[in-house]
Design a protein around this ligand. Structure first.
Ligand SMILES: *Cc1c(COP(=O)(O)O)cnc(C)c1O
Length: 458
């Protein structure tokens, strides 16, 4: 493909994406294909000779699009959002166009330096503690996901705990994300050495239970070395008390990781920062702009207060990567901050997003989503047949029909089959509970109203 042809086809592809943005709200949100249907429509073997680009675009419409669940539909209310925006997509396209592999500083100085800079911007715009800035002992790095951030935090914690006697033991609440358990398994700590701490009536981690367990296990000769708290749990958006947990970690010399994958974005707005009170006690923190901050997947911002244990855990420099800049000690080599060697130029899309919206623009959209969620919660509360199942601190509403599990199970089945909206469920107190998660970039009041009508019809 010559640059000239790329220019022409590139315009067609951008048009195709823009068309999809315009039409997406009319399409069924949840894909309706049966298992195996997409593969059945693809030729069993790849083409021997190159095909015309028109044929590829045609199959995109005819085979791929029907197999898409539209995460970028404004009628998407399932799970947590994984939103996107024009500037993010264009930033990612530039990253693909440059095709940079940013493992070391000299492999593209701008890739490293823009990342450091944009992560310092994130500290500022989210009101995070100064310890996470790159100018001190800490700093930030873009990981693919919050799962990788949790694993890196755990590996750094294990490194810091090197030499402690007793079995290394990790703690997280019953409501913490499954990625914590996965990380504990991968890191070799062993899932049998992960303790699930109890929660209070809002499903937030109970610090008294945490400290009781840590003290009992220290007395048995174990080494409590890692605690995770969550800002906005995945099931019900519960807010763990960071200050209380952080103080316990200090007393017992445990690494304190804070997982704010979705809800951390709310800290753009000063009025929501109280959910992160005590964050200055954390050793590490992560937030996913790829969930609620209009930056397409994948983009997780991971911060540490002291980078030394992370680098001790993950640095390795074979001869073929040695270079003068690295040896001078004057540069950051981000491959030392993550599990893989190679890395994409992800900072571009985040930089495009922050510059396009500006901090005020980002705040506007976050506030709008929270308002829409509060409006939806008010409808639930006002309806005689429905009830809220959990507090609504931000943009997730957990609710249920009063008539029990069977009725509640039927609601998302019918709504999702109608194509008008897509919502998912969780279990709270053993009861089937519906989740209305509001955070897609283009969701407006009328979409939330449409979903409520679809729920009532169901
Ligand atoms: C979504 C989520 C995760 C996992 O996110 P990935 O980036 O997909 O790994 C972890 N923790 C919380 C609280 C989440 O909501």
């Amino acid at each position: 493909m010559t640059p000239g042809e790329f220019r022409r086809r590139g315009r067609e592809v951008i048009d195709w994406i823009a068309d999809n943005m315009e039409w997406v709200e009319e399409l069924p949100v949840l894909s309706r294909v049966e298992p195996g249907e997409v593969r059945r429509r693809l030729p069993p073997s790849p083409p021997g000779r190159g095909e015309p680009f028109e044929a590829v675009l045609r199959d995109l419409d005819e085979i791929i699009l029907p197999g898409i669940t539209h995460w970028q539909s404004p009628n998407f209310f399932a799970y947590f959002p994984t939103n996107a925006s024009g500037p993010a997509i264009l930033g990612d396209l530039v990253s693909s166009g440059l095709g940079v592999q940013g493992m070391l500083w000299p492999t593209s100085p701008a890739c490293t330096e823009l990342e450091t800079h944009v992560l310092d911007w994130m500290v500022e715009i989210l009101g995070l503690p100064d310890r996470f800035r790159s100018s001190g002992r800490g700093g930030g790095v873009i990981q693919d996901t919050a799962s990788s951030a949790a694993l890196c935090a755990l590996l750094a914690a294990r490194e810091r705990a090197r030499g402690r006697s007793g079995t290394l033991t990790a703690y997280a609440s019953e409501e913490a994300h499954s990625s914590i358990e996965k990380a504990v398994g991968i890191a070799g700590v062993g899932t049998a050495n992960l303790r699930r701490v109890g929660v209070d009536e809002t499903r937030a981690l109970d610090p008294a239970d945490l400290e009781r367990r840590i003290e009992a296990e220290e007395a048995e000769g174990r080494a409590p070395f890692f605690v995770t708290a969550t800002v906005g749990t995945t099931s019900s958006n519960a807010m763990d008390p960071l200050r209380a947990v952080g103080e316990i970690c200090r007393r017992h010399d445990a690494w304190f990781h804070v997982d704010a994958a979705m809800s951390g974005t709310a800290a753009l707005c000063p009025e929501f920062r109280h959910h992160q009170d005590g964050l200055e006690l954390a050793d590490s923190y992560c937030v996913n702009p790829h969930k609620w901050m209009f930056t397409n997947f994948d983009c997780d911002c991971f911060f540490v207060a002291d980078r030394a244990p992370l680098l001790r855990a993950l640095s390795i420099l074979p001869e073929y990567l040695r270079n003068r800049a690295t040896e001078s000690g004057a540069v950051i080599d981000y491959h030392d901050w993550q599990v893989p060697l190679g890395r994409r130029f992800r900072a571009l899309k985040l930089w495009f997003v922050i510059r396009h919206y500006g901090v005020e623009g980002l705040r506007y959209h976050v506030r709008r989503h929270v308002e829409l969620a509060r409006g939806f919660a008010a409808r639930v509360e006002a309806h005689p047949d429905f009830e809220l199942a959990a507090p609504v601190p931000l943009n997730l509403v957990c609710f249920r029909h009063r008539d029990g599990d069977e009725k509640n199970r039927a609601i998302p089945d019918r709504v999702n089959a109608s194509g008008k909206a897509f919502l998912t469920h969780t279990k709270l107190d053993g009861r089937f509970t519906l989740r209305m998660s509001i955070g897609q970039t283009w969701t407006e009041e009328r979409h939330v109203e449409g979903a409520w009508r679809a729920i009532l019809e169901a």
